[in-house]
Design a protein around this ligand. Structure first.
Ligand SMILES: C[S@@+](CC[C@H](N)C(=O)[O-])C[C@H]1O[C@@H](n2cnc3c(N)ncnc32)[C@H](O)[C@@H]1O
Length: 207
């Protein structure tokens, strides 16, 4: 039990997410310098041998162009966006607010990324339980956040909490998943651009 008020996870627009995400948005959601900072972070922490899941994905995954990962799988709401994403070996269209179950076996990925999207999860504790399950021992969950959002679709918590508190909230999603041995937050904001806060959870090697 997380003990947080349910209103934290409510949204102004509770209509089906399928309606909101029906039309593809082939735009970027953070400044170029912020994308570069995220790509640099991925370059530092991911290995080419990693099996990567880009959860809440779109047409761009921000992975370094010159690194080929073992496998990259994307899950998001809009099929046209995912089909435009040159990094994906496989794509899945799924509404995690309707069905928080992840359609992969235990230990299927070495890294799971959520870029500038975690604020749209209304059932985050269930999704992070699943993230803990699909990660391999020692695998990492990397949640990148900035300050832009679709206001009607972001949960109330992301409207009222300060950036550090949002990082702590995401840290609590990981903590309650019960399998992460270390949870760290990084401020990788570039100067004069959208900020970049990153929370990384590393799954224990022994369960
Ligand atoms: C602001 S975009 C970010 C896309 C991409 N990660 C990026 O960094 O550009 C938000 C993404 O969250 C995904 N998303 C929003 N609500 C979702 C839901 N209920 N289930 C699954 N994905 C969702 C959408 O498909 C969309 O691609």
């Amino acid at each position: 039990m997380h003990g947080l008020p349910e209103t934290f996870f409510a949204r102004q627009d509770e209509s089906p997410d399928e309606d909101f995400y029906r039309e593809p948005r082939l735009t970027t959601h953070i400044d170029d310098a912020t994308i570069d900072a995220l790509t640099t972070f991925y370059r530092e922490v991911l290995s080419p041998s990693d099996r990567v899941c880009d959860l809440m994905s779109s047409w761009i995954s921000h992975l370094p162009d010159d690194v080929n990962y073992n496998r990259v799988v994307g899950l998001g709401m809009n099929e046209a966006e995912l089909r435009r994403n040159p990094r994906l070996d496989e794509l899945v269209v799924r509404n995690l607010n309707e069905d928080p179950h992840l359609p992969w076996p235990d230990g299927h990925f070495d890294a799971l990324l959520i870029a500038v999207s975690v604020q749209y999860l209304t059932r985050p504790f269930e999704v992070f339980l699943e993230i803990g399950r699909v990660l391999s021992p020692g695998g990492r969950c990397i949640v990148a956040m900035s300050h832009r959002l679709f206001p009607t679709k972001a949960i109330y918590a992301f409207h009222v909490l300060a950036p550090q508190e949002r990082c702590r909230l995401v840290g609590s999603y990981m903590e309650l998943a019960g399998v992460f041995k270390s949870i760290q937050a990084f401020d990788r904001s570039p100067p004069n651009a959208d900020p970049l806060w990153i929370v990384v959870g590393t799954k224990s090697r022994a369960e």
